[in-house]
Design a protein. Structure first.
Length: 306
């Protein structure tokens, strides 16, 4: 099966160059890479042009659109892709040498039209991930890789388009990304809900691993969380959003009681714990969760400092 890699990007020329260089070093090279430039103002076009001769012919393709967000960018890539398999890769996720081969191997094992593979994403060693970053990317609001077992079937919440492959025809037949979402927030979850209703089977395939080449301080993570929260009303108006709200309403009473009990303590804990959030000293996961949610939901309150 031909493999098309779709990479939406915006103003990350230097990191994108590393991503593309890593794809040249794959044990099984993809058949084509489509870089979809979402209105960048940096040297993105020049970086792609500089690497194009190394790929030969049309294997590295550059598409550009006005700034409309990753949902529209992925749809543009889907329209142009020629492969039976589509691999979505973020512009800051550097593939390890076997990533493309492992995605292909997964689909040889699961040739069904509805089969999809979620690869693993770990912090790049150069990022020297803090304990907070590890929580954020493994057990927190960014990704939940720390909760997954190899080969496990995943629910629609875990449809992370940073490193995910599926059959192009299944995707075209059952759903496109909703282009009303102008930024990277909820657009993949909303699509995943529709695809799962059509029979999508998403499994975790950690052998297809990528390195996340981005560093997050607590403050940067909170700012990202606020941008996501701003799009929550749009998501809540979709069928997927209504489904999640209904599930949250059915949360066990004990869990809701714990949140009510803990919330009043957060304003007292925040000033004391703020200096530790970007340090090498690990804190319990519940503390990270409480402080993060408190900061995202209350922008006017004191924020953590480095």
């Amino acid at each position: 099966m031909r493999l098309s890699v779709i990479i939406p990007t915006h103003n990350r020329a230097a990191t994108l160059a590393r991503v593309l260089a890593a794809y040249r070093e794959q044990s099984e090279a993809p058949d084509e890479i489509l870089v979809v430039d979402d209105g960048s103002s940096d040297a993105t076009a020049a970086e792609v042009a500089a690497q194009a001769p190394d790929w030969g012919g049309e294997r590295l393709r550059y598409l550009r659109q006005p700034r409309r967000g990753p949902a529209a960018a992925r749809n543009l890539g889907l329209r142009a892709a020629s492969g039976e398999l589509v691999l979505f890769n973020d512009d800051d996720v550097i593939p390890t040498p076997a990533l493309a081969a492992e995605h292909r191997a997964y689909h040889r094992r699961y040739p069904e039209a509805a089969a999809a593979a979620l690869g693993k994403v770990e912090w790049h060693p150069e990022m020297r991930a803090t304990p907070f970053m590890r929580w954020l990317g493994e057990r927190g609001p960014m990704f939940g890789f720390g909760h997954f077992q190899p080969g496990a079937r995943l629910d629609f919440i875990s449809f992370y388009t940073c490193n995910l492959s599926l059959k192009r025809e299944f995707l075209l037949a059952h759903g496109w990304f909703d282009e009303r979402f102008p930024a990277a927030a909820f657009e993949d979850t909303e699509l995943s809900w529709r695809l799962h209703r059509s029979g999508l089977v998403l499994r975790y395939h950690p052998a297809a691993c990528g390195w996340h080449y981005q560093r997050f301080s607590f403050e940067q993570a909170v700012e990202r969380g606020r941008r996501h929260a701003a799009l929550r009303p749009l998501f809540d108006a979709t069928d997927a959003g209504r489904s999640i709200r209904a599930a949250e309403a059915q949360a066990p009473p004990k869990r809701r009681w714990r949140k009510r009990w803990a919330r009043p303590l957060v304003p007292r804990l925040a000033p004391a714990l703020a200096p530790l959030l970007n340090s090498r000293l690990p804190l319990p996961d519940p503390w990270y969760a409480l402080l993060y949610r408190y900061s995202v939901e209350a922008p006017a309150r004191p924020q953590a400092t480095s």
